[in-house]
Write a protein that binds this ligand. Sequence first.
Ligand code: DOR
Ligand code: ZN
Length: 399
Amino acid sequence: MRVLRLSDMALSDIAFVNARLIDAKRDFAGSIEVRGGKIQKVARGAMPADGLKIVDLNGLALMPGFIDLHAHLRIPGQSHKEDFGHGLAAALIGGFTTVCGMANTAPAVDTAQAVAKNNKDANSLNLAGYIQISAIGQSLADRVLVDTKEIGKHTPLFSNDGINIDSSAFLKEALARSREEGFLILFHCEPESESIAKHLQELSECGGRMHFCHISRAQSLEIIQKAKNEGLNVTCETAPHYLYASENSYAVNPPIGTHADRLAVIGAARSGLIDAIATDHAPHTEEDKANGMNGISSFDYAFSLANTVFEENSISKSRLSEMLSACPAKLIGLNKGLLEPGMDADFSIVDFSAEYQINTNDFYSKSKNTPFAGEHVKGRTEMSIIGGNIRHERNRQAL
Ligand code: DOR
Ligand code: ZN
């Protein structure tokens, strides 16, 4: 059984030495100095670290903390599936230092008060940082827009995830608000390719910021490529399960695609057409799954699943970091995601030489629903650091 420590040690003036520093722009052996929760210095090789607590990483990789644009924490209303304490600990163990939580809860998160409450409750736990996504329509319907001005004081992200937006009038109104107020709308499109094509037409007429969730199909990627070529303001994510699996009937929405779909998703991750990797961590109880609920619980191993695919396809670690950190940080507008002076000192420490078998008994999440138990994966998150504080370490001996 692994040793788990969720600590809140006041170590924010600290130097991490003897690391492989990897982000979207760099990959070299070096050291990093943190003061006051921010990156102070990034150096090749060793560096003098006078007066600082020193953590020798013995060659492990230090990456910007992973930022998950899309997860389900189930609060309020479904704490039998997940709660902030379990979900954000599982995220932290999996290397995610910031998590954005979807609004398809019971009731939906669609008011400024509900967004503010979740942000406060989740962040008071000192686990992974939390950003609540608001519904874009009241009660997740495509009828009445939420009060984006008021809610926008508490979150830059809006989505009716899980439910397609069919009403053109509603979508146009939402895009006009996005254009005026600057927020990002994340779209769950169903049926995926057709709905994406329709939404892009509306984007070209209205402007605004459009992001497509969990892309799983080759055809969707062709459509998004065309829109990007035309200069539309569109981004998209995929989830680790669409990179890793194909021809698998496990209940998840969108369903896992064909072999050709998977190859297209991997190719688009390599080329940059897909901007980000988000977990779509979707915890459900065994009973819910037996009743046909869609979703995969994935915080604990999502990084390893993606990394395994990147290794097998010789896609660089810098590209992996860009998709897990730099891109989501930019989309949300966070001072995070790169190893550069002045940025928040949120890091994931990774052992790329570790290999392991996914075992649901090791999950910290409340829910164990996954088709990947027993899979042999590569690369493991060893430590998670937020603002220079070590919030989780898998193995105490490392310090
Ligand atoms: O598989 C899924 N599960 N897809 C979604 O869009 C929603 C999610 C959930 O909330 O369980
Ligand atoms: Zn979705």
